[in-house]
Design a protein around this ligand. Structure first.
Ligand code: 13P
Length: 251
């Protein structure tokens, strides 16, 4: 299966910095990378990415993604951005349920499932994030937590579950420099794989990405695990050299 390397810029960037970063990526990307590549940018910069892509053939291989999407279609929801709006700016992906949104914005499993549904209804692939906190891991609850988070999305989106991407992001590994070991990540991915298989009558394999301090040095080993189909990259996606190395490691 083609792997997917997706950058999540989080709340970073500026018009000037984004242009420089994409320029460096354009210079370093091969015309046909052997993996899919996406960048999930802050909403105000989606138009810039769309324009930069249109102006540089080398960037055609990069798909644009958002970092969140509203569960609502339109109306009085101040500050929200709808899936239809994301479509207008060429988004192919939208991250939903990132742990930072669950933690700082109180997003529940049910809301995350509704966001995935809104994205799917507009032809946007939701990248559904699941992952346990350190306390949950230490209490031996990792499997229970990630299965509960994914089950909510399956419950609401069962008939098109093969259209989603899942990202396993252990919360304790995000931005900390602590990566799950390849074995730790693989064993959770295998659990998620089995859960997806049981939920889908479509043999299409859902991509399961790993995220959490993935970098140029550890990417190849993580991506070499049988159930790791790509990466969701935070910090290392902000440096062209590192992001290009991770893309190369996925080939
Ligand atoms: P880091 O790669 O910075 O740990 O972030 C991972 C992440 O949260 C991607 O969504």
């Amino acid at each position: 299966m083609t792997k997917l390397i997706a950058g999540n810029w989080k709340m970073n960037g500026s018009l000037a910095a984004n242009e420089a970063l994409l320029g460096a990526l354009a210079a370093g990307l091969s015309a046909r990378p052997a993996c899919d590549v996406a960048i999930c940018a802050p909403a105000p910069y989606l138009a810039q990415l769309q324009a930069l892509k249109a102006g540089a053939p080398a960037l055609a291989v990069i798909d644009i993604g958002a970092q969140d999407v509203s569960a609502q279609a339109s109306g009085a929801y101040t500050g929200e951005v709808s899936a239809a709006m994301l479509r207008d700016f060429g988004c192919r992906y939208a991250i939903v349920g990132h742990s930072e949104r669950r933690q700082y914005h109180g997003e529940t499993d049910a809301l995350v499932a509704d966001k995935a549904k809104a994205a799917l209804a507009h032809g946007i692939t939701p990248i559904v994030c699941v992952g346990e906190t350190l306390a949950e891991r230490e209490a031996g609850r990792t499997e229970e937590v990630v299965k509960r988070q994914l089950a909510a999305v399956i419950h609401v989106n069962g008939h098109c579950i093969s259209e989603i991407v899942v990202a396993y992001e252990p919360v304790w590994a995000i931005g900390t420099g602590k990566t799950a070991s390849p074995d730790e990540a693989q064993s959770v991915h295998a659990v998620l794989r089995a859960q997806l298989k049981a939920a889908s009558d479509n043999p299409a394999r859902v991509k399961i990405l790993y995220g959490g301090s993935m970098n140029a040095a550890n990417a190849a080993t993580l991506l070499g695990q049988p159930d790791i189909d790509g990466g969701l990259i935070g910090g290392a996606a902000l440096k062209a050299e590192d992001f290009l190395k991770i893309i190369a490691a996925a080939q």
